[in-house]
Design a protein around this ligand. Structure first.
Ligand code: SF4
Length: 496
Protein backbone atom coordinates (compact mmCIF):
# COMPACT_ATOMS: atom_id res chain seq x y z
CA UNK A 1 0.00 0.00 0.00
CA UNK A 2 1.45 3.37 -0.97
CA UNK A 3 2.46 5.81 1.75
CA UNK A 4 -0.13 8.30 0.51
CA UNK A 5 -2.96 5.77 0.71
CA UNK A 6 -1.86 4.63 4.18
CA UNK A 7 -1.87 8.22 5.38
CA UNK A 8 -5.30 8.83 3.85
CA UNK A 9 -6.78 5.73 5.52
CA UNK A 10 -5.31 6.80 8.88
CA UNK A 11 -6.87 10.25 8.35
CA UNK A 12 -10.28 8.74 7.55
CA UNK A 13 -10.15 6.68 10.75
CA UNK A 14 -9.47 9.79 12.80
CA UNK A 15 -13.12 10.76 12.52
CA UNK A 16 -14.31 13.38 15.02
CA UNK A 17 -17.95 12.82 14.01
CA UNK A 18 -17.81 9.15 15.01
CA UNK A 19 -18.48 8.61 18.72
CA UNK A 20 -17.20 5.03 18.56
CA UNK A 21 -13.89 6.24 17.18
CA UNK A 22 -13.61 9.00 19.76
CA UNK A 23 -14.27 6.47 22.53
CA UNK A 24 -11.18 4.42 21.56
CA UNK A 25 -7.68 4.69 22.97
CA UNK A 26 -4.91 6.18 20.82
CA UNK A 27 -3.51 2.70 20.16
CA UNK A 28 -6.86 1.21 19.16
CA UNK A 29 -7.55 4.15 16.86
CA UNK A 30 -4.29 3.52 15.00
CA UNK A 31 -5.42 -0.03 14.23
CA UNK A 32 -8.39 1.39 12.38
CA UNK A 33 -11.96 0.17 12.15
CA UNK A 34 -11.85 -1.88 9.00
CA UNK A 35 -12.33 -5.62 9.30
CA UNK A 36 -10.01 -7.78 7.26
CA UNK A 37 -11.90 -9.62 4.53
CA UNK A 38 -11.93 -13.41 4.78
CA UNK A 39 -10.96 -15.05 1.50
CA UNK A 40 -13.91 -16.88 -0.02
CA UNK A 41 -16.49 -15.16 2.17
CA UNK A 42 -19.09 -12.90 0.57
CA UNK A 43 -17.79 -9.67 1.98
CA UNK A 44 -20.31 -7.30 0.43
CA UNK A 45 -18.00 -5.25 -1.77
CA UNK A 46 -14.44 -3.96 -1.70
CA UNK A 47 -13.19 -0.41 -1.08
CA UNK A 48 -13.15 0.34 -4.82
CA UNK A 49 -16.77 -0.77 -5.03
CA UNK A 50 -17.66 1.51 -2.12
CA UNK A 51 -15.94 4.52 -3.68
CA UNK A 52 -17.64 3.93 -7.01
CA UNK A 53 -21.07 3.47 -5.41
CA UNK A 54 -20.59 6.77 -3.59
CA UNK A 55 -19.49 8.82 -6.59
CA UNK A 56 -21.03 7.24 -9.67
CA UNK A 57 -24.40 8.99 -9.18
CA UNK A 58 -22.63 12.26 -10.19
CA UNK A 59 -24.56 12.21 -13.41
CA UNK A 60 -22.68 14.49 -15.79
CA UNK A 61 -19.18 13.13 -15.05
CA UNK A 62 -17.49 10.15 -16.66
CA UNK A 63 -16.39 7.38 -14.28
CA UNK A 64 -13.32 5.55 -15.53
CA UNK A 65 -12.14 2.38 -13.79
CA UNK A 66 -8.41 1.81 -14.14
CA UNK A 67 -7.95 -1.93 -13.84
CA UNK A 68 -8.92 -5.30 -15.26
CA UNK A 69 -12.32 -5.33 -16.90
CA UNK A 70 -13.83 -7.55 -14.18
CA UNK A 71 -13.52 -4.82 -11.55
CA UNK A 72 -15.98 -2.63 -13.44
CA UNK A 73 -18.49 -5.47 -13.39
CA UNK A 74 -21.36 -3.88 -15.26
CA UNK A 75 -20.89 -2.11 -18.55
CA UNK A 76 -24.08 -0.14 -18.00
CA UNK A 77 -25.80 1.54 -15.09
CA UNK A 78 -25.38 1.33 -11.36
CA UNK A 79 -27.81 0.82 -8.50
CA UNK A 80 -30.91 2.48 -9.96
CA UNK A 81 -29.60 5.89 -9.05
CA UNK A 82 -31.68 8.18 -11.24
CA UNK A 83 -30.67 11.29 -13.18
CA UNK A 84 -32.92 14.12 -14.33
CA UNK A 85 -30.64 14.84 -17.28
CA UNK A 86 -27.21 13.52 -18.24
CA UNK A 87 -26.79 9.80 -18.74
CA UNK A 88 -23.00 9.54 -19.16
CA UNK A 89 -22.55 8.28 -15.55
CA UNK A 90 -24.33 5.08 -16.54
CA UNK A 91 -21.68 4.10 -19.12
CA UNK A 92 -19.07 1.70 -17.74
CA UNK A 93 -15.68 3.11 -18.78
CA UNK A 94 -12.64 0.99 -18.04
CA UNK A 95 -9.01 0.93 -19.16
CA UNK A 96 -9.31 -2.87 -19.33
CA UNK A 97 -5.60 -3.43 -18.66
CA UNK A 98 -3.87 -6.51 -20.06
CA UNK A 99 -0.74 -8.57 -19.30
CA UNK A 100 1.60 -6.08 -21.01
CA UNK A 101 0.23 -3.25 -18.87
CA UNK A 102 0.90 -5.32 -15.78
CA UNK A 103 4.53 -5.74 -16.90
CA UNK A 104 5.19 -2.24 -18.25
CA UNK A 105 2.64 -0.29 -16.21
CA UNK A 106 -0.77 1.00 -17.32
CA UNK A 107 -0.25 4.77 -16.93
CA UNK A 108 -0.02 5.46 -20.68
CA UNK A 109 -3.16 3.49 -21.33
CA UNK A 110 -4.93 5.46 -18.59
CA UNK A 111 -3.86 8.77 -20.10
CA UNK A 112 -5.06 7.70 -23.55
CA UNK A 113 -8.39 6.53 -22.12
CA UNK A 114 -8.96 9.90 -20.43
CA UNK A 115 -8.23 11.67 -23.72
CA UNK A 116 -10.60 9.38 -25.61
CA UNK A 117 -13.44 10.01 -23.13
CA UNK A 118 -12.94 13.78 -23.29
CA UNK A 119 -12.86 13.77 -27.10
CA UNK A 120 -15.91 11.56 -27.52
CA UNK A 121 -18.16 12.69 -24.65
CA UNK A 122 -16.78 16.03 -23.40
CA UNK A 123 -17.93 15.63 -19.75
CA UNK A 124 -17.18 18.46 -17.27
CA UNK A 125 -14.95 16.04 -15.29
CA UNK A 126 -13.61 12.50 -15.24
CA UNK A 127 -13.31 10.42 -12.05
CA UNK A 128 -10.52 7.82 -12.25
CA UNK A 129 -10.80 4.84 -9.91
CA UNK A 130 -7.76 2.89 -8.73
CA UNK A 131 -8.12 -0.91 -8.39
CA UNK A 132 -6.00 -3.67 -6.80
CA UNK A 133 -3.98 -4.72 -9.84
CA UNK A 134 -3.05 -1.23 -11.00
CA UNK A 135 -2.19 -0.21 -7.43
CA UNK A 136 0.01 -3.29 -7.03
CA UNK A 137 1.93 -2.66 -10.26
CA UNK A 138 2.54 0.86 -8.99
CA UNK A 139 0.49 3.01 -11.40
CA UNK A 140 0.45 6.52 -9.99
CA UNK A 141 -3.07 7.66 -10.85
CA UNK A 142 -2.65 10.93 -8.99
CA UNK A 143 0.27 11.90 -11.25
CA UNK A 144 -1.56 10.83 -14.42
CA UNK A 145 -4.68 12.75 -13.40
CA UNK A 146 -2.66 15.86 -12.62
CA UNK A 147 -0.92 15.68 -15.99
CA UNK A 148 -4.24 15.12 -17.78
CA UNK A 149 -5.86 18.04 -15.92
CA UNK A 150 -3.02 20.34 -17.05
CA UNK A 151 -3.05 19.04 -20.62
CA UNK A 152 -6.81 19.00 -21.24
CA UNK A 153 -7.90 21.84 -18.94
CA UNK A 154 -10.62 19.80 -17.27
CA UNK A 155 -10.74 18.36 -13.76
CA UNK A 156 -9.57 14.74 -13.78
CA UNK A 157 -10.11 13.39 -10.27
CA UNK A 158 -8.13 10.43 -8.89
CA UNK A 159 -10.08 8.18 -6.52
CA UNK A 160 -7.47 6.16 -4.68
CA UNK A 161 -9.45 3.32 -3.10
CA UNK A 162 -8.08 0.00 -4.39
CA UNK A 163 -10.08 -3.03 -3.30
CA UNK A 164 -7.46 -4.37 -0.89
CA UNK A 165 -7.61 -1.17 1.19
CA UNK A 166 -10.63 -2.55 3.03
CA UNK A 167 -14.38 -2.89 3.00
CA UNK A 168 -17.06 -1.01 1.08
CA UNK A 169 -17.73 1.47 3.88
CA UNK A 170 -14.09 2.55 3.89
CA UNK A 171 -14.40 2.97 0.12
CA UNK A 172 -17.36 5.33 0.61
CA UNK A 173 -15.16 7.47 2.83
CA UNK A 174 -12.18 7.38 0.45
CA UNK A 175 -14.51 8.44 -2.37
CA UNK A 176 -15.67 11.30 -0.16
CA UNK A 177 -12.02 12.25 0.46
CA UNK A 178 -11.50 12.59 -3.30
CA UNK A 179 -14.34 15.14 -3.36
CA UNK A 180 -12.83 17.01 -0.41
CA UNK A 181 -9.32 17.02 -1.90
CA UNK A 182 -10.10 17.86 -5.51
CA UNK A 183 -13.69 19.05 -6.01
CA UNK A 184 -15.55 20.85 -3.21
CA UNK A 185 -14.58 24.52 -3.01
CA UNK A 186 -13.13 24.78 -6.53
CA UNK A 187 -16.11 26.57 -8.15
CA UNK A 188 -18.18 29.52 -6.93
CA UNK A 189 -21.98 29.26 -7.37
CA UNK A 190 -23.65 31.83 -9.66
CA UNK A 191 -25.64 33.10 -6.69
CA UNK A 192 -26.40 32.08 -3.11
CA UNK A 193 -29.50 32.36 -0.92
CA UNK A 194 -30.05 32.05 2.85
CA UNK A 195 -31.90 28.83 2.09
CA UNK A 196 -29.08 26.81 0.47
CA UNK A 197 -28.45 23.30 1.75
CA UNK A 198 -26.42 20.25 0.72
CA UNK A 199 -27.73 16.74 1.05
CA UNK A 200 -24.91 14.26 1.65
CA UNK A 201 -25.17 10.46 1.30
CA UNK A 202 -28.41 10.48 -0.71
CA UNK A 203 -28.13 8.50 -3.94
CA UNK A 204 -31.54 9.26 -5.47
CA UNK A 205 -32.27 5.55 -5.81
CA UNK A 206 -35.27 5.08 -8.10
CA UNK A 207 -35.80 8.84 -7.80
CA UNK A 208 -36.31 9.07 -4.01
CA UNK A 209 -34.79 12.53 -3.86
CA UNK A 210 -37.54 13.75 -6.18
CA UNK A 211 -40.12 12.70 -3.60
CA UNK A 212 -38.49 15.05 -1.11
CA UNK A 213 -37.45 17.96 -3.33
CA UNK A 214 -40.98 19.29 -3.92
CA UNK A 215 -41.33 19.70 -0.15
CA UNK A 216 -38.13 21.72 0.02
CA UNK A 217 -39.20 23.72 -3.04
CA UNK A 218 -42.49 24.53 -1.34
CA UNK A 219 -40.51 26.06 1.54
CA UNK A 220 -38.17 27.91 -0.78
CA UNK A 221 -35.21 25.78 0.34
CA UNK A 222 -32.65 25.26 -2.40
CA UNK A 223 -30.64 22.05 -2.68
CA UNK A 224 -27.33 23.60 -3.70
CA UNK A 225 -25.98 20.11 -4.30
CA UNK A 226 -26.74 16.52 -3.52
CA UNK A 227 -23.81 14.18 -2.96
CA UNK A 228 -24.19 12.32 -5.05
CA UNK A 229 -27.71 11.42 -6.32
CA UNK A 230 -28.64 13.30 -9.50
CA UNK A 231 -25.48 15.32 -8.78
CA UNK A 232 -23.73 17.68 -11.18
CA UNK A 233 -20.00 18.23 -11.02
CA UNK A 234 -20.16 22.03 -10.81
CA UNK A 235 -22.85 21.98 -8.12
CA UNK A 236 -20.72 19.68 -5.95
CA UNK A 237 -17.68 21.86 -6.62
CA UNK A 238 -19.62 24.84 -5.21
CA UNK A 239 -21.08 22.96 -2.21
CA UNK A 240 -18.93 24.99 0.22
CA UNK A 241 -21.35 27.93 -0.06
CA UNK A 242 -24.32 26.07 1.48
CA UNK A 243 -25.65 27.17 4.87
CA UNK A 244 -26.48 23.69 6.21
CA UNK A 245 -25.45 20.11 5.47
CA UNK A 246 -27.77 17.16 5.93
CA UNK A 247 -26.28 13.66 6.30
CA UNK A 248 -28.64 11.05 4.99
CA UNK A 249 -26.99 7.69 5.00
CA UNK A 250 -25.69 7.45 8.54
CA UNK A 251 -21.92 7.53 8.68
CA UNK A 252 -20.94 6.48 5.18
CA UNK A 253 -19.80 9.97 4.13
CA UNK A 254 -19.57 11.66 7.52
CA UNK A 255 -16.08 12.88 6.68
CA UNK A 256 -17.56 15.32 4.15
CA UNK A 257 -19.87 16.80 6.77
CA UNK A 258 -17.22 17.07 9.49
CA UNK A 259 -14.54 18.49 7.22
CA UNK A 260 -16.93 21.01 5.66
CA UNK A 261 -17.79 22.13 9.17
CA UNK A 262 -14.09 22.53 9.99
CA UNK A 263 -13.18 24.27 6.74
CA UNK A 264 -16.22 26.44 6.03
CA UNK A 265 -18.18 26.41 9.31
CA UNK A 266 -21.22 24.67 7.80
CA UNK A 267 -23.26 22.92 10.54
CA UNK A 268 -24.63 19.46 9.80
CA UNK A 269 -27.20 17.06 11.19
CA UNK A 270 -28.18 13.47 10.49
CA UNK A 271 -31.69 12.84 9.26
CA UNK A 272 -33.83 10.39 7.39
CA UNK A 273 -36.39 10.66 4.62
CA UNK A 274 -38.07 7.35 5.54
CA UNK A 275 -41.32 7.44 7.49
CA UNK A 276 -43.77 10.23 8.20
CA UNK A 277 -42.39 11.22 11.61
CA UNK A 278 -38.76 11.16 10.47
CA UNK A 279 -39.53 13.19 7.35
CA UNK A 280 -41.23 15.85 9.47
CA UNK A 281 -38.32 15.91 11.94
CA UNK A 282 -35.90 16.32 9.06
CA UNK A 283 -37.81 19.31 7.68
CA UNK A 284 -37.91 20.86 11.16
CA UNK A 285 -34.17 20.34 11.62
CA UNK A 286 -33.34 21.91 8.26
CA UNK A 287 -35.56 24.91 9.01
CA UNK A 288 -34.12 25.33 12.51
CA UNK A 289 -30.52 25.24 11.34
CA UNK A 290 -31.19 27.58 8.42
CA UNK A 291 -32.80 30.12 10.75
CA UNK A 292 -29.80 29.80 13.10
CA UNK A 293 -27.61 30.53 10.07
CA UNK A 294 -29.51 33.71 9.26
CA UNK A 295 -32.61 32.74 7.26
CA UNK A 296 -35.81 34.68 8.13
CA UNK A 297 -37.58 33.16 11.16
CA UNK A 298 -40.92 32.77 9.39
CA UNK A 299 -39.43 29.64 7.83
CA UNK A 300 -40.21 27.79 11.06
CA UNK A 301 -43.94 28.58 10.85
CA UNK A 302 -44.10 27.80 7.17
CA UNK A 303 -42.42 24.45 7.83
CA UNK A 304 -44.93 23.54 10.54
CA UNK A 305 -47.83 24.44 8.25
CA UNK A 306 -46.42 22.32 5.42
CA UNK A 307 -45.82 19.39 7.80
CA UNK A 308 -49.42 19.58 9.07
CA UNK A 309 -50.85 19.51 5.55
CA UNK A 310 -48.51 16.76 4.26
CA UNK A 311 -48.89 14.52 7.32
CA UNK A 312 -52.68 14.75 7.16
CA UNK A 313 -52.64 13.92 3.46
CA UNK A 314 -50.30 10.95 3.94
CA UNK A 315 -52.29 9.50 6.86
CA UNK A 316 -55.48 9.83 4.89
CA UNK A 317 -53.97 7.87 2.01
CA UNK A 318 -52.47 5.24 4.32
CA UNK A 319 -55.72 4.71 6.25
CA UNK A 320 -57.17 2.28 3.72
CA UNK A 321 -54.08 0.03 4.04
CA UNK A 322 -53.58 0.45 7.77
CA UNK A 323 -56.63 -1.63 8.56
CA UNK A 324 -55.52 -4.46 6.29
CA UNK A 325 -51.95 -4.38 7.58
CA UNK A 326 -52.62 -3.93 11.30
CA UNK A 327 -50.71 -6.55 13.24
CA UNK A 328 -48.92 -8.03 10.22
CA UNK A 329 -45.50 -9.26 11.27
CA UNK A 330 -42.48 -8.10 9.31
CA UNK A 331 -38.99 -9.56 9.20
CA UNK A 332 -36.57 -6.83 8.14
CA UNK A 333 -33.22 -7.93 6.75
CA UNK A 334 -31.32 -4.83 5.74
CA UNK A 335 -28.63 -2.74 7.39
CA UNK A 336 -27.25 0.64 8.31
CA UNK A 337 -29.61 3.56 8.50
CA UNK A 338 -32.48 1.53 7.06
CA UNK A 339 -32.42 -0.84 10.05
CA UNK A 340 -34.04 1.90 12.14
CA UNK A 341 -35.57 4.37 9.71
CA UNK A 342 -37.67 1.69 8.03
CA UNK A 343 -38.67 0.25 11.43
CA UNK A 344 -40.22 3.58 12.35
CA UNK A 345 -41.96 3.73 8.98
CA UNK A 346 -43.42 0.23 9.35
CA UNK A 347 -44.64 0.90 12.87
CA UNK A 348 -46.41 3.97 11.55
CA UNK A 349 -48.15 1.65 9.09
CA UNK A 350 -49.49 -0.40 12.03
CA UNK A 351 -47.19 -3.39 11.50
CA UNK A 352 -45.21 -5.36 14.04
CA UNK A 353 -41.48 -5.91 13.58
CA UNK A 354 -40.49 -9.45 14.55
CA UNK A 355 -36.83 -8.86 13.81
CA UNK A 356 -34.43 -6.36 12.24
CA UNK A 357 -30.90 -7.27 11.25
CA UNK A 358 -28.14 -5.12 12.68
CA UNK A 359 -25.15 -6.83 11.11
CA UNK A 360 -24.20 -3.75 9.09
CA UNK A 361 -25.50 -1.20 11.58
CA UNK A 362 -23.38 1.19 13.62
CA UNK A 363 -23.60 1.64 17.38
CA UNK A 364 -25.74 4.75 16.80
CA UNK A 365 -28.07 2.82 14.48
CA UNK A 366 -28.55 0.19 17.23
CA UNK A 367 -29.23 2.87 19.79
CA UNK A 368 -31.91 4.35 17.54
CA UNK A 369 -33.55 0.92 17.11
CA UNK A 370 -33.64 0.57 20.90
CA UNK A 371 -35.30 3.95 21.22
CA UNK A 372 -37.92 3.11 18.59
CA UNK A 373 -38.63 -0.47 19.64
CA UNK A 374 -38.23 -0.09 23.38
CA UNK A 375 -35.53 -2.77 23.76
CA UNK A 376 -33.02 -4.73 21.75
CA UNK A 377 -34.95 -8.01 21.84
CA UNK A 378 -35.68 -7.89 18.11
CA UNK A 379 -32.20 -7.07 16.89
CA UNK A 380 -30.68 -9.86 14.87
CA UNK A 381 -26.91 -9.82 14.64
CA UNK A 382 -26.58 -12.48 12.02
CA UNK A 383 -29.24 -14.75 10.61
CA UNK A 384 -28.48 -17.70 8.38
CA UNK A 385 -30.72 -18.32 5.35
CA UNK A 386 -31.98 -21.49 7.08
CA UNK A 387 -33.07 -19.54 10.15
CA UNK A 388 -34.83 -17.01 7.91
CA UNK A 389 -36.51 -19.85 6.05
CA UNK A 390 -37.69 -21.50 9.27
CA UNK A 391 -39.03 -18.26 10.61
CA UNK A 392 -41.08 -17.67 7.48
CA UNK A 393 -42.09 -21.32 7.02
CA UNK A 394 -43.38 -21.51 10.56
CA UNK A 395 -45.33 -18.31 9.87
CA UNK A 396 -43.61 -16.33 12.61
CA UNK A 397 -43.49 -13.50 10.05
CA UNK A 398 -46.01 -12.52 7.36
CA UNK A 399 -43.56 -10.83 5.02
CA UNK A 400 -39.83 -10.36 4.63
CA UNK A 401 -38.32 -7.06 3.56
CA UNK A 402 -34.74 -7.46 2.38
CA UNK A 403 -32.30 -7.12 -0.50
CA UNK A 404 -32.44 -9.20 -3.65
CA UNK A 405 -29.98 -11.80 -2.35
CA UNK A 406 -32.35 -13.09 0.35
CA UNK A 407 -35.48 -13.02 -1.79
CA UNK A 408 -35.23 -16.69 -2.72
CA UNK A 409 -35.37 -17.74 0.91
CA UNK A 410 -38.79 -16.10 1.23
CA UNK A 411 -39.99 -17.40 -2.11
CA UNK A 412 -38.96 -20.95 -1.19
CA UNK A 413 -40.89 -20.63 2.04
CA UNK A 414 -43.81 -19.42 -0.11
CA UNK A 415 -44.03 -16.18 1.80
CA UNK A 416 -44.30 -12.61 0.49
CA UNK A 417 -41.14 -10.61 0.03
CA UNK A 418 -40.44 -6.97 -0.82
CA UNK A 419 -37.18 -5.48 -2.05
CA UNK A 420 -36.04 -2.75 0.33
CA UNK A 421 -32.42 -2.41 -0.77
CA UNK A 422 -30.71 -0.56 -3.55
CA UNK A 423 -32.01 -2.76 -6.37
CA UNK A 424 -35.61 -1.86 -5.58
CA UNK A 425 -37.91 -0.51 -8.24
CA UNK A 426 -40.13 1.64 -6.02
CA UNK A 427 -39.03 4.83 -4.25
CA UNK A 428 -39.86 5.05 -0.55
CA UNK A 429 -38.68 8.59 0.33
CA UNK A 430 -40.72 11.30 2.04
CA UNK A 431 -44.47 11.27 2.70
CA UNK A 432 -45.17 10.08 -0.81
CA UNK A 433 -42.70 7.22 -0.42
CA UNK A 434 -44.28 6.08 2.84
CA UNK A 435 -47.62 5.72 1.10
CA UNK A 436 -45.85 3.82 -1.68
CA UNK A 437 -44.13 1.49 0.82
CA UNK A 438 -47.36 0.64 2.59
CA UNK A 439 -49.11 0.12 -0.75
CA UNK A 440 -46.35 -2.24 -1.94
CA UNK A 441 -46.40 -4.25 1.31
CA UNK A 442 -50.16 -4.57 0.97
CA UNK A 443 -49.82 -5.70 -2.63
CA UNK A 444 -47.17 -8.26 -1.70
CA UNK A 445 -49.07 -9.73 1.27
CA UNK A 446 -52.44 -9.88 -0.47
CA UNK A 447 -51.10 -11.08 -3.81
CA UNK A 448 -53.32 -14.07 -4.79
CA UNK A 449 -50.27 -16.06 -5.87
CA UNK A 450 -49.55 -16.99 -2.23
CA UNK A 451 -52.88 -18.77 -1.87
CA UNK A 452 -52.26 -20.63 -5.10
CA UNK A 453 -48.78 -21.88 -4.26
CA UNK A 454 -49.94 -23.01 -0.83
CA UNK A 455 -52.95 -25.15 -1.90
CA UNK A 456 -52.34 -28.90 -1.91
CA UNK A 457 -51.22 -30.31 -5.27
CA UNK A 458 -53.89 -32.56 -6.89
CA UNK A 459 -51.39 -35.42 -6.97
CA UNK A 460 -49.95 -34.74 -3.52
CA UNK A 461 -50.72 -37.33 -0.92
CA UNK A 462 -48.39 -36.11 1.78
CA UNK A 463 -49.31 -32.48 2.09
CA UNK A 464 -47.25 -31.50 -0.96
CA UNK A 465 -48.29 -28.11 -2.29
CA UNK A 466 -48.28 -26.62 -5.76
CA UNK A 467 -45.61 -24.16 -4.73
CA UNK A 468 -43.31 -27.02 -3.80
CA UNK A 469 -43.04 -28.07 -7.44
CA UNK A 470 -42.78 -24.62 -8.96
CA UNK A 471 -39.31 -24.00 -10.37
CA UNK A 472 -37.09 -23.22 -7.48
CA UNK A 473 -35.04 -20.03 -7.53
CA UNK A 474 -31.96 -22.08 -8.36
CA UNK A 475 -32.51 -24.12 -11.52
CA UNK A 476 -30.18 -26.91 -10.29
CA UNK A 477 -32.32 -27.36 -7.17
CA UNK A 478 -35.40 -27.62 -9.34
CA UNK A 479 -33.80 -30.19 -11.65
CA UNK A 480 -32.58 -32.16 -8.65
CA UNK A 481 -36.10 -32.16 -7.18
CA UNK A 482 -37.59 -33.34 -10.48
CA UNK A 483 -34.96 -36.09 -10.89
CA UNK A 484 -35.44 -37.23 -7.29
CA UNK A 485 -39.21 -37.40 -7.71
CA UNK A 486 -39.04 -39.41 -10.91
CA UNK A 487 -36.51 -41.83 -9.37
CA UNK A 488 -38.34 -42.05 -6.07
CA UNK A 489 -35.22 -40.87 -4.24
CA UNK A 490 -34.44 -38.12 -1.76
CA UNK A 491 -32.76 -35.05 -3.37
CA UNK A 492 -29.55 -35.69 -1.35
CA UNK A 493 -29.31 -39.18 -2.85
CA UNK A 494 -29.50 -37.72 -6.37
CA UNK A 495 -26.78 -35.15 -5.77
CA UNK A 496 -24.52 -37.65 -4.05
S1 SF4 B 1 -11.11 -6.44 -4.73
FE1 SF4 B 1 -9.66 -5.49 -6.17
S2 SF4 B 1 -9.69 -6.81 -7.97
FE2 SF4 B 1 -11.54 -7.25 -6.78
S3 SF4 B 1 -13.14 -5.88 -7.64
FE3 SF4 B 1 -12.21 -4.83 -5.88
S4 SF4 B 1 -10.62 -3.59 -6.87
FE4 SF4 B 1 -11.13 -5.12 -8.38
Amino acid sequence: MSVLLKAKIAEVFEEPGCNKNQGKSEKERKKGCTKQLSPGAAAGGCAFDGAKIALQPIADAAHLVHGPIACEGNSWDNRHSASSGPQIYRTGFTTDINELDVIYGGEKRLFKSIREILEKYNPPAVFVYQTCVTALVGDDIEAVCQRATEKFGKPIIPVNAPGFAGIKNLGNKLGAEALLDYVIGTVEPEFTTPYDINIIGEYNLVGELWQVKPLLDALGIRVLCCIAGDGRYNEIASAHRAKVNMMVCSKSMINIATKMEQRWGIPYFEGSFYGIGDMSDTLRQIAKLLVQQGAPADLLDRTERLIAVEEARAWQRIAQYKQRLAGKRVLLITGGVKSWSVVAALQEGGMEIVGTSVKKSTKEDKQKIKEIMGDDAHMIDDMTPREMYNMLREARADIMLSGGRSQFVALKARMPWLDINQERYHPYGGYEGMVELVREIDRAIYNPVWQQVRIPAPWGDDGETLGAVLPSARPMDFLTDVAAKSLGLAPEEVTS
